[in-house]
Design a protein around this ligand. Structure first.
Ligand code: ADP
Ligand code: MG
Length: 330
């Protein structure tokens, strides 16, 4: 007989670890019903996004489960933020192999609990199954924005300025450092970069403040140049990116001084979860105010052009070649 996993049954797991996360969700019915209900705020559009994370692809079995839970939630919160939406609730689907024990689930739920408190949302429902394959986690986030204000990828116009929040490249450089030096050394020498890789900081406050300011936006998950390409494609425009204007963290500057050959990771890497957006030239003053209000850098990194495609130039105006396909699964 196959050995049973060292964890309680499905319904006990739900009652013990997930029902507490649903206490503040009015439509969750204590996770004791077939469905949850959701009552939209009058005058708002509901904004939906789903993301999946697979062990061996997005995280490792040895990663702290609390961080896995928080990252799963935060990547979806980043999508909502980039659309100007406020997060409201979420649904969770878990496919767990026998190797996942109760302590992993407890840690995972604990991470979600911490971030629920941080972002003011609660769980509305989900599904739990066994799998003969790798741990697979899927989260559907539900947000809201006043009708007609959602910031889409389409909408950028030639002459608009292109901006990015925060700093770019930290997570990709953290990943490169781990691959080169091992997780322990990378963490010891570049804690800020590894931290950015493990725990995205979705711009949940700033995103909704960009409604009526940004004409088009996306969060950076695939890579700066790749995601700028997505905005351009949806908007039917091109873009001229100024590589030397791209904001770097202090840690990234230090690592790049040691490894200048890793510079491509800044423009081509991913997992930044910053907001990349286009705004009309007249918005510069308002953006400076938002930057102060949210204590977050908002940096102009280029301009929208009429022609198709993204060109990247250095400070001297020379064209740079960037390996910018971005991350693709297949
Ligand atoms: P059904 O079989 O009708 O789909 P389930 O028996 O799968 O319902 O789930 C029972 C309840 O537990 C539902 O309210 C469901 O939303 C909730 N639930 C199951 N798994 C999870 C999970 N991983 N996270 C949150 N809620 C869950
Ligand atoms: Mg079910």
């Amino acid at each position: 007989m196959a050995e049973m996993p060292s964890r309680p049954g499905e319904f006990e797991l739900i009652a013990r670890y997930f029902a507490p996360l649903a206490e503040a969700a009015p439509g969750a019915a204590g996770l004791l019903d077939d469905v949850a209900t959701w009552r939209p705020t009058p005058g708002c559009e509901t904004v939906l996004t789903v993301d999946a994370m697979v062990e061996g692809v997005h995280f490792l079995a040895t990663d702290p489960p609390a961080l896995v839970g928080r990252k799963l939630l935060r990547v979806s919160l980043s999508d909502l933020a980039a659309k100007g939406a406020v997060p409201r609730t979420y649904l969770l689907a878990l496919s767990l192999p026998d190797s996942i024990d109760e302590s992993w689930i407890a840690g995972f739920a604990d991470g979600l609990s911490r971030d629920q408190a941080e972002y003011g949302i609660a769980l509305s429902g989900g599904d739990t199954t066994a799998t003969p394959g790798a741990t697979t986690l899927s989260l559907t986030a539900i947000g809201e924005a006043p009708e007609g204000t959602v910031i889409r990828r389409a909408g950028a116009a030639p002459g608009d300025d292109i901006y990015v929040t925060g700093t770019v490249g930290d997570a990709a450089l953290g990943l490169k450092a781990i691959a080169e030096f091992g997780a322990d050394d990378a963490l010891a020498r570049w804690p800020d970069l590894v931290d950015r890789l493990r725990l995205p900081r979705p711009r949940v406050g700033l995103g909704p403040a960009l409604r009526g300011v940004a004409r088009a936006s996306a969060d950076i998950s695939d890579g700066l140049v790749a995601d700028l390409g997505h905005i351009c494609l949806a908007s039917g425009v091109g873009a001229a990116l100024e590589a030397d204007a791209v904001p770097l963290s202090e840690a990234a500057v230090r690592l790049l001084a040691e490894r200048p050959d890793w510079r491509d990771a800044v423009l081509g890497g991913g997992d930044d979860y910053e907001i990349l957006f286009a705004a009309a030239p007249g918005m510069a003053g308002r953006l400076a105010g938002l930057s102060r209000e949210f204590d977050t850098a908002i940096t102009r990194i280029g301009a929208v052009a009429a022609g198709p495609g993204v060109t990247v130039r250095d400070a001297a105006g020379a064209l740079l070649k960037v390996a910018h396909r971005g991350w693709r699964h297949f």
